[in-house]
Design a binder for this molecule. Sequence first.
Ligand code: ZN
Length: 451
Amino acid sequence: MVKVSLGNGQCHRRNKPLQQSRCGAHPLGRWKDFMLVYVLNQHGIPLMPCHPVKARILLKQGKANVVKRTPFTIQLLYGSSGYRQPVTLGLDSGYVNVGLSAVTAKEEVYAADVKLREDTVKLNSERRMYRRSRRNRKTWYRQPRFLNRKKPEGWLAPSIKHKLDSHIKLVDQAKSIMPVSKVIVEVAAFDIQKIKDPDISGTDYQNGDQKGFLNVREYVLYRDGYKCRHCKGKSGDPRLEVHHVKTRQTGGARPGNLATLCKTCHDLATRGEIVLKIRPSKGFKAETFMSTVRWRIVGKLRDLGYNVEHTYGYLTKLGRKDLGLPKSHLNDAFVIANGDMQERSTDVFKMQQVRKCNRKLFKGVRSHIQNTAPREIFGYRRFDKVRLNGVDGFIFGRRSTGYFDIRTLDGTNIHSSAKYSDLVLLERATTLLIDRKMHNCMAIPPQPPYG
Ligand SMILES: [Zn+2]
């Protein structure tokens, strides 16, 4: 893992008092021990979430209706003054994994961990293959149509456009149940403008040059692939440092003068015991399309009328280290949303995006999928949320005999052949499967540096 050494007390978070921890691994912060109920007013406009006890009373008195099961949302049937606070939504965007966290001044009111679809490229290639072979097979005359097409301005590949649209959809979804007043999006791991010209902003003197250096440092680590450039990781030392090839006085802290070294090699180089053979650094090519997509998310949200701000990954990492949080999309989203000492939500919405349906029209003798099931079997569809013997899961596979494969979202098998009559239908399938989970800060899987 990459180790960041901080300057002396440059971040405001450092000076805050430590609070009693309810969760062992989490040195800072408090955790809620109840789930929140999201509330809409009688016109469908979101209000602040409430305690489940209050929701239960409202429902019992007939003053509210349940409109959604996950996240549990009720709608008031009477006029309400419309209690609202500023809610900031942090969006940790990513190619596959997306984290969302909504934070008020006092608490975290929403946390979602989303897995986007990864099958678009494969399915599009498959469709292209079938289409091509089908059109070659038929010999009917067709007007040539290959020279009159032009990609419109701002065109994105379908797989990338899908990522962009999904991010917007997730923000819209959060806004439909909470009065989101501001959205903050992490646009890149580092500030590319500031690397090229560190003096681009004259107003950041109060942050000190160490903060600017951390930005360049993150970039250099990323550029060098988080690997020592001298031994290429052979020393096995996981502590990475950024080495000034020439001294800081002569070479400065430009990326061209910096190289990633493991601590072992760095110490040897500093003592003059090894001679570094470091080739000149590469350009900015590594900063790929994902950053342009992230900027587009910002632009599109702004067009949709959101109050949007952006931040950078190195600031997120700094804030996360300061709070002593392990790397996860949820924690990143919390820090992006300016999360600090707020009470954390123990409830996490695990979401997985899936296909709406099998877009397969025929089941022919040459079809590659022979056992295409009809849309409904005994009233059940694929990805319906069901309960089996008190355990909730999703229908992942169905047999026409009425025996289904039930799993949780992370793939854990609940029953590989459950009879349809033993199931209770909880929710109809949508393209976003949602499961409510406890946020276990102990069990956070290792993540790639920027995912
Ligand atoms: Zn090394």
